[in-house]
Design a protein around this ligand. Structure first.
Ligand SMILES: [Zn+2]
Ligand SMILES: [Zn+2]
Length: 616
C-alpha cells in the first residue's frame, strides 16, 4: 500500500461544519475528490499504512460510532495498490461503504443479495459476508487487502462464514492483509478481538481474531470537536427498574426468563416510564427505546400509539426496512427495539435514547447511546435516559470483563512491577477513593526477557498477578480460576473436590463466613469471624516484635487485602490496623479442623465460586 501525497497533506477541517463533505454533498463528482478527511480519519489511515509497512499481522482500528468509518475505508481502498475487498454483515453498511468508496475513487462493485447486485470483480468490491460466503469461488481475482467493517462480529470458529472466506482468500494470496474496523473491539464472553493494543496493553491472549489494535479513538474528543452531538443524561426519572437482583451469565447476558419474571413484579414501572418518555418526547424528533425482552417490548408498545413501531430479531426484513425508512422520514417518532439497533442503524435525527434494559457491557451501553450522537440539522443535543440504572458513564473505558456486581465501577490500579495503569472493576467510596479492586493479572505489555540482539524485541504480558493461587507442586502463581498450572502443567486442585474429601473425613468443618470483626483486646488484635447462625471463630495477632508484625502481614494482611498490589501502611500496633479497616475483606469460607479441643484454621477461601457457596 502506498501513501497518497495529496491526501496526507489535507488539513483537518476546522470544526468541519462538523460533517464530512460526503455527508452533505453526495452528488459531487469523485474526480474532484470533494472529501477532506477529518484529522483523526487521516490519522487512522496513516496508522494503517505505517502498520502494514512494517508488519503483515492483522490489525484493528477502533473508531466510535459516528466517526465516519466508511470514509476511512474508502480512503484506504483508494490508496491501496491491489484489489480491496470490503466485508460487512448488513446490507445498509454495504451500501454506505460502497457509496463512500464511489465518492473517493472509482465506484465499488457490490456483492450483496439484499441489494440485488452480484459483482465480485473490480478494484474495490464491497460485499455482504452472507452473500460472499455462499459464493467463495467467485472471489478469485486476488485481493491484497480485506477490510472488515464491524469486525467484532468475526468469530474464530473455522466453520464461520468469515473464516471460510478468509482462508480461501489467503490461499489465493498468502500475503493478504487483514484490517478490521469497529467501535467495540470487545465481545462479552470471548473478550477483546485483538491480542495487543498499541497503548502497551494486553487484549486477548487466547485466540484473538486480530493481532494488533493500531488505532483507538475515544468518543470524548469527537464530541468536543463537534463531530458528534453532545449527549445529555436526563436525571429526573419518574420511575426506574431495579435489575440488581439479576446477575449476568459468563457471557454478560441476562437470562430472558429471569428478566421477564423480574419485570412482572415491576409492572407499574413500565407504564410510568413510558408516560414520562412520551412527555419528554414532545420536544424531540426521533426516539429509540431499548427494551429488555420481546415481551417487555410488546408491553411498551401497548402504551404508545401508531407513531411507534417495534423491531425485534424476528421482524421480517421488508417490514424492518419499511419501519426504518418511515422513522427516517419522521412519520414514525418511536422505534422500540430488542437488541437489534445497536449497530449499523443510521438515523441521524435521533435525539432521545431511552434505555430500559440492563447490560453488563460498557461498550453495549455506549453503542446504544451512540445511536443518538450523529449530527443532524437543527439538532443540538441528544437526551439519554437510563431507566435500567446501568449507571455507566459515556466515557468509561472498557474494562474487558463483564461487570461483577452492580456497584462496581472502572478503577485504575498501577502494577507494582511494571507500573502499567490497569483498568479493573472495583469499588470506590463516597470521595471516589479506591476501596477494592477485582483485578487479577496485570494487563501491561513488557519487553520479553527472552530477547537477544538477533531477535526482534517481542512484547509479552507482564506476569504480575494481583490475585492468584499458588501451584502446590512448583509454587508458581496462577489465575484464581486456573485448573492447570501454567508453569508445570500440574493439575491444580479443584477446591470443591478437595473440600468434599476433607469434609467426609472427621473433625473438619466448613465455616461459611458472614461477617468479620476486628477488635482490640489489650495488646492484641482479635479477628472474629461469624457465620449465619452466629457461631464464631477467632484469630489473634500481636504487634510487639518485628517478627509478630511480619507474621500479621503474611498470615492476614496479604490474603485479606481488598487492594492487592497496592502497598498498605506499616502497622506498628493494633490501633494502626483498626484505623485501616476498610482495606480488609472477609473470606467466603474457612476450612477448620478440630485439634483436641480447639478448632484450627486450615485454609481461608477468597473469590470462591463453587458448590459450597454461601446461600444468602
Ligand atoms: Zn505489570
Ligand atoms: Zn506448578
Amino acid at each position: 500500500m502506498t501513501q497518497s501525497s495529496t491526501q496526507s497533506e489535507t488539513q483537518p477541517m476546522p470544526q468541519a461544519a462538523a460533517e464530512n463533505a460526503a455527508d452533505t454533498a453526495p452528488s459531487m463528482a469523485a474526480a474532484t475528490n470533494p472529501i477532506q478527511l477529518r484529522n483523526y480519519q487521516q490519522d487512522a489511515v496513516d496508522a494503517t499504512i505505517n502498520h502494514f509497512k512494517r508488519s503483515k499481522d492483522s490489525a484493528v482500528l477502533v473508531l466510535p460510532t459516528g466517526a465516519g468509518k466508511s470514509i476511512v475505508i474508502a480512503e484506504l481502498a483508494r490508496i491501496a495498490k491491489g484489489n480491496v475487498l470490503v466485508l460487512t454483515h448488513v446490507k445498509e453498511l454495504v451500501e454506505q461503504n460502497a457509496q463512500k468508496v464511489g465518492l473517493l475513487t472509482e465506484s465499488a462493485s457490490i456483492y450483496s443479495a439484499g441489494l440485488k447486485q452480484k459483482k465480485a470483480q473490480g478494484k474495490t468490491v464491497v460485499a455482504s459476508i452472507q452473500s460472499a460466503a455462499r459464493a467463495v469461488e467467485r472471489f478469485s481475482q486476488g485481493f491484497s487487502l480485506v477490510i472488515i467493517d464491524e469486525c467484532h462480529r468475526v468469530s474464530t470458529e473455522k466453520t464461520s462464514q468469515y473464516q471460510q472466506l478468509l482462508s480461501q482468500l489467503i490461499k489465493q494470496n498468502p500475503k493478504l492483509k487483514l484490517l478490521g474496523l469497529t467501535a467495540t473491539p470487545y465481545r462479552l464472553g470471548s473478550g477483546y478481538v485483538y491480542r495487543h493494543h498499541y497503548h502497551g496493553k494486553v487484549g486477548n491472549t487466547d485466540n484473538p481474531v486480530f493481532e494488533n489494535c493500531i488505532f483507538d479513538l475515544p468518543m470524548r474528543p469527537l464530541i468536543k470537536q463537534g463531530y458528534l452531538t453532545e449527549p445529555k443524561i436526563f436525571d429526573g426519572l419518574s420511575a426506574q427498574y431495579d435489575f440488581n437482583a439479576l446477575s449476568p451469565s459468563d457471557t454478560g447476558e441476562y437470562p430472558q426468563a429471569e428478566v421477564d419474571a423480574l419485570l412482572k413484579h415491576q409492572g407499574r414501572a413500565t407504564k410510568a416510564i413510558i408516560k414520562q418518555v412520551k412527555q419528554v418526547a414532545e420536544l424531540r424528533r426521533g426516539v429509540l427505546i431499548f427494551a429488555a425482552t420481546v415481551r417487555h417490548a410488546q408491553e411498551i408498545m401497548t402504551y404508545l400509539d401508531d407513531s411507534a413501531a417495534l423491531i425485534t430479531a424476528t421482524t421480517p426484513h421488508l417490514e424492518r426496512d419499511d419501519i426504518i425508512s418511515r422513522f427516517k422520514t419522521e412519520s414514525l417518532r418511536y422505534i422500540v427495539n430488542v437488541a437489534v439497533l445497536t449497530t449499523g442503524f443510521d438515523a441521524p435525527h435521533v435525539d432521545l435514547i431511552a434505555i430500559l434494559r440492563p447490560t453488563a457491557s460498557i461498550s453495549l451501553f455506549q453503542q446504544m447511546i451512540g445511536r443518538g450522537l450523529r449530527l443532524a440539522p437543527n439538532k443540538t443535543d441528544c437526551l439519554v435516559i437510563d431507566y435500567a440504572a446501568n449507571g455507566y458513564d459515556l466515557y468509561y473505558p472498557e474494562v474487558g470483563q463483564a461487570k461483577p456486581n452492580s456497584r462496581a465501577v472502572p478503577v485504575q490500579v498501577h502494577c507494582p512491577v511494571c507500573s502499567f495503569a490497569n483498568t479493573f472493576w472495583g469499588l470506590v467510596d463516597n470521595d471516589g477513593d479506591l476501596v477494592e479492586h477485582y483485578g487479577r493479572r496485570c494487563q501491561g505489555l513488557v519487553d520479553s526477557e527472552l530477547q537477544s540482539s538477533t531477535v526482534n524485541i517481542k512484547e509479552v504480558q507482564c506476569d504480575f498477578r494481583f490475585r492468584s493461587k499458588a501451584c502446590p507442586d512448583c509454587g508458581s502463581d496462577n489465575d484464581i480460576a486456573a485448573r492447570i498450572c501454567l508453569q508445570c502443567d500440574s493439575t491444580l486442585i479443584d477446591p470443591d473436590k478437595r473440600l468434599k474429601q476433607v469434609l467426609n473425613a472427621q473433625h473438619h468443618h466448613l465455616f461459611k463466613c458472614q461477617e468479620m470483626l476486628l477488635t482490640q483486646d489489650g495488646n492484641k488484635l482479635v479477628v472474629q469471624y461469624l457465620d449465619v447462625e452466629g457461631n464464631d471463630f477467632k484469630q489473634q495477632f500481636y504487634f510487639d516484635t518485628p517478627g509478630q508484625r511480619r507474621a500479621f502481614f503474611a498470615v492476614f494482611a496479604m490474603s485479606h487485602t481488598r487492594t492487592p498490589g497496592m502497598a498498605h501502611p506499616k502497622y506498628h500496633k493494633v490501633e494502626d490496623v483498626l484505623k485501616d479497616l476498610k482495606r480488609f475483606r472477609k473470606p467466603d469460607m474457612l476450612l477448620l479442623k478440630k485439634n483436641k479441643k480447639f478448632w484450627q484454621l486450615q485454609e481461608a477461601f477468597f473469590d470462591y465460586q463453587g458448590r459450597y457457596q454461601l446461600s444468602y
